[in-house]
Design a protein around this ligand. Structure first.
Ligand code: NAP
Length: 247
């Protein structure tokens, strides 16, 4: 299993649970080698198989290198398209083209490039054994995040559509494509968007009066990626504690 952005947050929780479930896991990261190394070390100490690889999912050359590293671990059976970025709150009128390009490049192009690499390996019509891809979308895709992060929200809207389209494209090829749609999850992503207090500030207004945990999202991902979800494809599973249950 390749987990993009597996060094921290939801990706790290997925990597740890997947290794415990028997997957050999490749932990991709962007820059935090220490965090990725710690995930790999925890997996190995528990008797699992894992390695890490640095790479920007928004770079075609880096994605090729990530999947070459995965090939060295054995045939690919699963991709968790988890790496994603979230910027400072801003009105569209004040957003730079550089910011928009970065958000779309990492969140959209990155997911496309990684899924392409996985499809080339897993599709039965290309000699693969089939497999499973889980994308990370967001409640923001439904809510729009106007006045805050519409670039992020729209990038996740693209992932919703991508999930449905790729699921249909690969359904007869033994590859299932699904997504989870987290709500407010207590990870570093909020601080990286310049708001370390965002989760605490939002908590009183969340339906369950608490944020979700990375482990709670990882549980849903592990189910979707597994054979237990064998007739689920194109499925987008809300894990938002009631935050994103609009039609
Ligand atoms: P996080 O704690 O900020 O961790 C982000 C991870 O992505 C890190 O492992 C980071 O690597 C990696 N990463 C960032 N840019 C990358 C790039 N260009 N190439 C490869 N890896 C990259 O994030 P998170 O909260 O776990 O979020 C994971 C996913 O869930 C994202 O797609 C996010 O949009 C989605 N999501 C999160 C929430 C939430 O409330 N947390 C809600 C909805 C959706 P380094 O450690 O090397 O920096």
């Amino acid at each position: 299993m390749v987990v993009t952005g597996g060094s921290r947050g939801i990706g790290a929780a997925v990597a740890l649970k997947a290794a415990a479930a028997g997957y050999a896991v490749l932990v991709n990261y962007a820059g935090n080698a220490a965090a990725a190394g710690s995930v790999v070390e925890r997996i190995r100490q528990a008797g699992g198989t894992a390695d890490s690889v640095r790479g920007d999912v928004g770079s075609e050359a880096d994605v090729e290198a990530i999947f070459a590293a995965a090939d060295a671990m054995g045939p690919l059976s699963a991709l968790i398209n988890n790496a994603g970025v979230f910027d400072q709150p801003s009105l569209l009128a004040d957003m730079t083209a550089e910011r928009l390009e970065r958000t779309f490049r990492i969140n959209i192009l990155g997911s496309f490039l990684c899924a392409r690499a996985a499809a080339r390996r897993m599709a039965q019509s290309r000699g693969g054994q089939g497999g499973s891809i889980v994308n990370l979308t967001s409640a923001a895709a439904k809510l729009g995040a106007g006045g805050e992060n519409i670039d992020y929200a729209a990038s996740k809207g693209a992932i919703d559509t991508f999930t449905i389209g790729l699921a249909r494209e690969l359904a007869a090829d033994g590859v299932r494509v699904t997504a989870v749609r987290p709500g407010i999850i207590d990870t570093d992503i909020h601080a990286s968007g310049g708001r370390p207090d965002r989760v605490a500030q939002m908590t009183p207004n969340l339906p369950m009066r608490r944020p979700g945990t990375a482990d709670e999202v990882a549980e849903a991902i592990l189910w979707l990626v597994s054979d237990s979800a064998s007739y689920s494809t194109g499925t987008i599973l809300d894990v938002s504690g009631g935050r994103a249950i609009l039609p």
